[in-house]
Design a protein around this ligand. Structure first.
Ligand code: SF4
Length: 180
């Protein structure tokens, strides 16, 4: 029987949520026997041509134009989307920049740092344009499931996945909501 497909993306985040997923250790074998991971940083896919999937998992906030495009593509191909970790759930640490004007921020980062000589703000069209402010995943697309934490514990991830595969919307119990 064909396994349900799951895709994961790494947007504006530190990869810690995916690392927590890998921290399932031998529990990963149970996950991989139950689902097929399609596009995910774990399997090192470089394009965003997602196949149809039951579940799309989002690590990271949405901070630039390319990430807006990726999350829309994922939404179109997935029956359910899960925001995974504080960055995806509410913007997380990335949203610290939201009270600073984008141009001021770029100038401070690329031109005015004490260690920079002759700096300039990148203007290569290949570099995705920053959004004026960082957005949580559900400010851009509809998201059905939220698993907060920085990162969510491996147990929270396993619990959420198991519930989804059973056709239930996960309600995370308190004992999986802290990182031991
Ligand atoms: S929620 Fe925490 S661990 Fe996950 S990407 Fe954001 S900063 Fe990293």
């Amino acid at each position: 029987m064909e396994k349900p497909k799951v895709a994961t993306v790494w947007l504006e985040g530190c990869s810690g949520c995916h690392m927590s997923f890998l921290d399932l250790d031998e529990g990963l074998l149970d996950v991989l026997s139950a689902v097929e991971l399609t596009h995910t940083p774990v399997t090192d896919f470089k394009d965003y041509d997602f196949p149809e999937a039951v579940l799309g998992i989002i690590e990271g906030a949405v901070g630039n134009e390319e990430q807006v495009e990726i999350i829309h593509k994922l939404r179109r191909k997935c029956q359910l989307l899960m925001a995974w970790g504080d960055c995806a759930v509410f913007g997380g640490i990335n949203s610290m920049r939201n009270h600073i004007d984008k141009e001021v921020l770029l100038r401070r980062g690329y031109v005015e740092t004490e260690s920079t000589v002759d700096g300039r703000v990148p203007d290569d069209p290949e570099v995705p344009e920053l959004l004026p402010r960082v957005l949580a995943a559900n400010e851009v697309v509809n998201v059905e499931i939220f698993v907060p934490g920085c990162p969510p514990s491996p147990e929270a991830i396993a619990y959420a996945l198991t519930e989804i595969l059973k056709g239930r919307t996960p309600t995370l119990p308190a004992d999986v909501m802290h990182f031991d």
